[in-house]
Structures are given as structure tokens and as C-alpha cells.
Write a protein that binds this ligand. Structure first.
Ligand SMILES: NC(=O)c1ccc[n+]([C@@H]2O[C@H](COP(=O)([O-])OP(=O)(O)OC[C@H]3O[C@@H](n4cnc5c(N)ncnc54)[C@H](OP(=O)(O)O)[C@@H]3O)[C@@H](O)[C@H]2O)c1
Length: 341
């Protein structure tokens, strides 16, 4: 096992309360490829090495195994509970009245925690797809975004904070029109916005919007998710690791292109949550953000590689009558695809 690094060397980012969290975390979605046991073992190794933030979700179907290792690292004295920042997310089929609490309690029990640090609404729709489903899977109950339905789920998240079950709440897979509609209605504001962010998909407007509203951007698929499931692949997808500015920086620094993506993410200001079960990968993913930064020129060249290449299009969440995955993302900036209320 790699020698542990000093977790204090990892830079931090501020939440709106002033509390600081690590500038990088470990993802735990196995892309239907890695088992819960493999992922839990990686979480164990990663925390022992120096990771302090772990991005979990009920739908990843591994919180129970991750909970075992969280208990283990604390029992072994590797970390204290307050040194860890653990996130989880309510899945789309648990937005109904009373269901968010039920889901959160299940995650708490699985993770062996009294409190989750940051709890996300995973998607702003109650639209379900079975774990491991294919590209063409559709659920007849799926429906368009509704402010009222979303806020009903958010109110339940606020109650989780009131009851002390979670410390912060967050949103994920949102758009500016959706945030504009719901933020003024929140009694407890979101602390973070989890969103797809990698060099070929930088979402500059949404990123700036999040920063301006003190929602810390947490970037998923930071390496371009090279192992993502088939349902999230299309012929036009760009491989981030092959972008000229990424390969040039990788050559200049003598590192893997994946690490250039992570350095870029941290230097830009988002919190990337790269996934890996391979020790050399998750070790270098953490250490790379503490040394040998990209130059201003390299950062500027990578900024120019943005080509709006969304990987997680979410087509499995589409409803009857939807035009296509673009309807999930309000791409024309309008509310045309929402439920009329
Ligand atoms: N909120 C949401 O809706 C949402 C959606 C998607 C993901 N997420 C979260 O974001 C996390 C990260 O996204 P992701 O797992 O899709 O994509 P990712 O982190 O961009 O890519 C992970 C893959 O990159 C490869 N990799 C990792 N480190 C590497 C290194 N140092 N060198 C070379 N290759 C490396 C590994 O491929 P191999 O395994 O093939 O080696 C790994 O499986 C997820 O695990 C999950 O926690 C959230």
C-alpha cells in the first residue's frame, strides 16, 4: 500500500458558511463495471492514503459496503468522523412525501453514520431508471420538470437539516433556468451544485452562476469518465485525454492526461470527484493537486478546448412526448419543456 500523504497538504474550498472542505474527493459510482467490494476497498485505501471527501449515492448500490470501511477507518484511528466529508444523494424514485427521509435514513444506516455532511437531490426529476439499464430504457411514469414537485423534495431535504440528519443540502444536474426558479423558494440554500465538468464540457455560464450564488461547484466525470456505461456513450463524444491542450500539458509535466484534467479542475475552482479503484490512480489523483501546477498558458489553452460535449445526457429519464435529451437541460434557456404550472 502507498505510504500515506499528509491530508493537510490538500488545498480546501469554502462553503457559504465559511467551512472548508477538500478541493478534491473520491467518486464511488462503479459505472456498472466495478463491484461494491472493489469500490469499498478503494475507499478504504483512499482514506488511509489521505482522501477526506467521498462522494456517495444510494443509487450506486454500494453504500452498505462503504459504510463498513468508514466504520473500520474510524475504529482503526485512521481518521476521526469530523475529518471526513461524506456526501450522499436521494435517488429519483424517492422524491415522494416521506420518501426523502426514508432514503436518507437508509443511507445513514448503510454508511454507519449519524449525519451525512452534504445530501444532494441527485436529479431534479422523480424519473426512475433501473440501475444498469440500457440506452433505450424509458419509464412510462417519467414526467417533465416541475417546480412544485422539486420543491416538495427540497422541503424534505430542509427537514433533514432541521432534524440534524444532514449538515448541508445540495442540488445536482440543474440548469440556470431551474436554479432561477427554485433558489428564491429555498428556506435553506444549497451549499453545492454537483454538475458534469471536464475540459470538453466546462459549462462556463452554469459554473459562473454557481460561484456567484455561493454554490460550490462539484465536478463529476472530471476525467471524462472513460469507463462510463454504454447508455452514456454516443459516437460524437470527445475523449478529454486526447485533447491537444491536455496531451501537450501531460507531455510537458510528464504525467498522465487524467492528472492534467484534475489539476485544471482544481485550479479553475471546482471540486473534482474522480473515481478509481486502482491504487496508483487514486493516489496520483490526490497528490497531483498538491504539486507542479499548470501554467496560466496551459490553463488558457485548456479553457479553449471546451466543445460543449455533455457525456451524461440523461436520455433514460425522458418522458412521453419529450423531443430528446436536450429537453432535460433547458438548452435554449427557456422553460418550454417544463410541466405547465
Ligand atoms: N451527480 C451525478 O449525477 C453524477 C453523475 C456521474 C458521476 N457522478 C460522481 O462522479 C464520480 C466521477 O465520475 P466518473 O466515475 O463517471 O468519471 P471519471 O472520474 O471522470 O472517470 C473515472 C475513470 O477514469 C479512469 N481514471 C481514474 N483515474 C485515472 C488516472 N489517474 N489515470 C488514468 N485513468 C484514470 C478510470 O478508468 P478505468 O477504471 O478504466 O481505469 C476510472 O474508472 C462518480 O464516481 C460519481 O461519484 C455523479
Amino acid at each position: 500500500m502507498a505510504e500515506k500523504m499528509n491530508a493537510g497538504l490538500v488545498p480546501t474550498r469554502a462553503l457559504y458558511t465559511g467551512e472548508r472542505i477538500p478541493c478534491i474527493g473520491l467518486g464511488t459510482f462503479g459505472s456498472d463495471k466495478y463491484s461494491p467490494e472493489q469500490i469499498a476497498e478503494a475507499v478504504y485505501g483512499a482514506i488511509k492514503f489521505g482522501y477526506r471527501m467521498i462522494d456517495c449515492a444510494a443509487v450506486y448500490q454500494n453504500e452498505d459496503k462503504i459504510g463498513e470501511v468508514l466504520r473500520k477507518v474510524m475504529r482503526e484511528g485512521v481518521v476521526k468522523r469530523e475529518e471526513l466529508f461524506i456526501t450522499s444523494k436521494v435517488w429519483n424514485d424517492m422524491h415522494g412525501q416521506g420518501k426523502v427521509m426514508e432514503s436518507c435514513k437508509k443511507s445513514l444506516a448503510d454508511l454507519r453514520l449519524d449525519r451525512i455532511d452534504l445530501y444532494f437531490v441527485h436529479w431534479p426529476f422523480p424519473n426512475y431508471h433501473a440501475p444498469g439499464c440500457g440506452k433505450d430504457a424509458r419509464n412510462p411514469d417519467s414526467r417533465p420538470f416541475s417546480v412544485e414537485e422539486f420543491m416538495a423534495a427540497w422541503r424534505q431535504c430542509e427537514e433533514l437539516v432541521d432534524k440534524g440528519l444532514v449538515r448541508y443540502i445540495g442540488m445536482s444536474n440543474m440548469t440556470i433556468p431551474k436554479l432561477e426558479a427554485v433558489l428564491p423558494l429555498c428556506r435553506i440554500k444549497p451549499a453545492a451544485l454537483e454538475m458534469e465538468l471536464h475540459p470538453s464540457f466546462q459549462q462556463p455560464e452554469l459554473f459562473d452562476y454557481a460561484v456567484a450564488h455561493e454554490l460550490l461547484p462539484i465536478g463529476y466525470c472530471p476525467i471524462g469518465s472513460p469507463s462510463r456505461p454504454e447508455r452514456d456513450r454516443t459516437a460524437d463524444d470527445v475523449a478529454d485525454g486526447e485533447l491537444p491542450a491536455i496531451t501537450a500539458a501531460a507531455r510537458a509535466h510528464g504525467i498522465h492526461p487524467a492528472l492534467v484534467c484534475l489539476k485544471w479542475a482544481v485550479q479553475r475552482g471546482q471540486v473534482p470527484i474522480p473515481f478509481s479503484v486502482k491504487e496508483p490512480q487514486y493516489v496520483s489523483n490526490l497528490t497531483c493537486v498538491t504539486e507542479d501546477p499548470l501554467s496560466e498558458e496551459e490553463m488558457a489553452a485548456i479553457e479553449k478546448e471546451d466543445c460543449n460535449c455533455r457525456l451524461v445526457k440523461g436520455q433514460v429519464f425522458l418522458w412521453e412526448g419529450a423531443n430528446g435529451w436536450e429537453d432535460l437541460w433547458d438548452v435554449d434557456g427557456s422553460r418550454a419543456a417544463w410541466k405547465a404550472e
